[in-house]
Design a protein around this ligand. Sequence first.
Ligand code: ATP
Ligand code: MG
Ligand code: MG
Length: 381
Amino acid sequence: GATLGVLGGGQLGRMFVHAAQAMGYATAVLDPQAVSPAGLASHRHIRAGYEDREGLEALAQSCAAVTTEFENVPAGSLAQLARSVVVSPPAQAVAIAQDRAAEKAHFVRCGVPVAPHALIDSQAALAALDAAPLLPGILKTARLGYDGKGQVRVTTSAELADAWQQLGGVPCVLEKMLPLAQECSVIVARGADGALVHLPVQRNLHRGGILAVTEVFDGNVPPALENQALAAAKSIANGLQYVGVLCVEFFVLQDGSLVVNEIAPRPHNSGHWSQDGADVSQFQLQVRCMAGLPLTAPRQHSPTIMLNLLGELWRTAVDGTALAPPWAEVLRLPGCHLHLYGKDQPQPGRKMGHLNITGADARTVRATALRAAELLGIEAF
Ligand code: ATP
Ligand code: MG
Ligand code: MG
């Protein structure tokens, strides 16, 4: 049978590998770590750096198609792979998603509303900027940020100058702080023929810059906003000539308007609920895109809530070993689906797993999710 490959050994790679194997594919993971969540689950693990030419060559040789599970893959590596194997998403789409400035320029080209912002890529640009209309704001590194890392909130021009130094004087985007009513995201999958399907719009709760809870049920996001979000996601994906799974994150402002925040060129934490709440998961969509299989519209069959399981939920025993949360108590609740990533070093903020809670109706799911959160020591939502 054919082999499907993935660059990166994290949990997204692991869940992709599981989905690919369930559909009869062998898998290959390229990752520099000896032990990684995806490496542990894969038939083959090529232990090499993301820019290692021999490693990339070995991946290309053994695979029918290759994908990536993180956006910071060096563009040259995707280009090298694309010379001998099908790569999705395409290198130029990943390059745009890697850079907040290029990403925002793409949103503007697509006619999608974005937060007021300015690029600060030099001391001269900083000095020339009239920052007042963008304050209070958030200074974000243009590249390599995730989970709120590489961001500083600033209220004055002096704080802005300090923050830019603090972030290393690298290219940054200053974004106006917007009054958020809620956050949401949508997962779309686009095939090589341009066919596009999507999961329902997901409502997300972030804490400390990290996704904490995703809720997906009717009435959760106003229908007019859902339609706007879908239209925006479609035009963003079409504009990139995207092939693969794409997540688009949105802000809903207090005045009811919708603003696009950022995109992830891959399955996304906010789409994990689809493993248990929909008849096609975001990882199955990724496999279908890569293998050139038909994309059918996913159908949500259950209201679902996803709780992220971060490292702080693990207690430390007196001998220093990590004590797992009370899984058995949680799994006694109906409709709880536990997903753990095979990481053995819990740290605060580290994504260790997630819990999907499904049920017959939204009220039941919420009640169960709140009970599970209480058992796990997750703050109520
Ligand atoms: P991810 O892990 O999703 O890639 P990230 O590090 O790229 O996260 P962002 O999505 O840019 O970070 O921001 C993280 C969170 O910070 C957002 O989900 C939102 O809660 C808040 N935030 C970011 N930008 C703004 C803004 N302009 N106004 C208000 N809140 C914001
Ligand atoms: Mg991001
Ligand atoms: Mg984000």
